[in-house]
Design a protein around this ligand. Structure first.
Ligand SMILES: O=C(O)CCC(=O)C(=O)O
Ligand SMILES: [Fe+2]
Length: 210
């Protein structure tokens, strides 16, 4: 030993498992019509471990949707966790607790459910929509998204037209849509012809919001 202060090696950090950085670093983007978006790149450190668990341990489900006179595959795999279900990685349980602590002063309710989407490659996507099933159709609410894996942009645009925004969501990044965002704006994750690897999105929502 040289007497130098102990520095954790990369190996120690990896063994300590994934960790969350401070939510104090969140940056708020005020949109018009009472909507806002909070963004914190790199909220989760050591995300590889979480991604691996999500890719290989979640019982992903393919869904089909009615479309005009037929049915089509939903272009992503899905898994929805009810309030009482154990989440597939302990980091996600901690993340939800941290979000609830941080956002407690905001109007709206605690995050309880976790919706998960797996975008297998650039052909998977989610079309323009607002999360307006349930109470979010009428009242302000928050939806928090933690992203793992290949970076894909989340696009937002005001309903009825106007300039939009683009948030590049990378490995471990957090974005929170709040206020009237689900009612007055829409969001999407577009398809891309670029070769991209899988991405998992974890969406925390209050009860009765989807
Ligand atoms: O992939 C994402 O981060 C967005 C997913 C989304 O908007 C939804 O499932 O409602
Ligand atoms: Fe959504």
């Amino acid at each position: 030993m040289t007497g130098a202060a102990y520095q954790p090696s990369m190996l120690d950090l990896a063994e300590a498992g994934p960790a969350l950085t401070s939510l104090a670093a969140l940056r708020r983007h005020a949109l018009d019509r009472g909507a806002w978006v909070d963004h914190l790149p790199g909220w989760v450190q050591g995300s590889d471990d979480v991604l691996e668990t999500l890719l290989y341990r979640v019982d992903w489900r393919a869904e089909r949707r009615r479309m005009y006179d037929g049915e089509v595959d939903v272009p992503r795999l899905l898994r929805w966790y009810a309030a009482r279900e154990r989440l597939p990685h302990e980091l996600l349980t901690r993340a939800r607790e941290e979000l609830n602590r941080h956002y407690a002063p905001e109007p709206g309710e605690r995050f309880v459910t976790a919706g998960m989407c797996l975008y297998r490659d650039g052909r998977d996507s989610v079309a323009w929509h607002g999360d307006t099933h349930g109470r979010s159709a009428r009242v302000d609410t928050m939806v928090a998204i933690v992203s793992f894996g290949a970076p894909r942009p989340l696009l937002l645009r005001p309903r009825g037209g106007g300039p939009g925004l683009r948030f590049p969501l990378g490995h471990g990044d957090l974005v929170v849509m709040g206020g009237s965002c689900q009612r007055t704006w829409e969001h999407c994750v577009p398809k891309t012809t670029r070769a991209v690897g899988p991405r998992v999105s974890v969406q925390f929502r209050p009860a009765g919001v989807a």
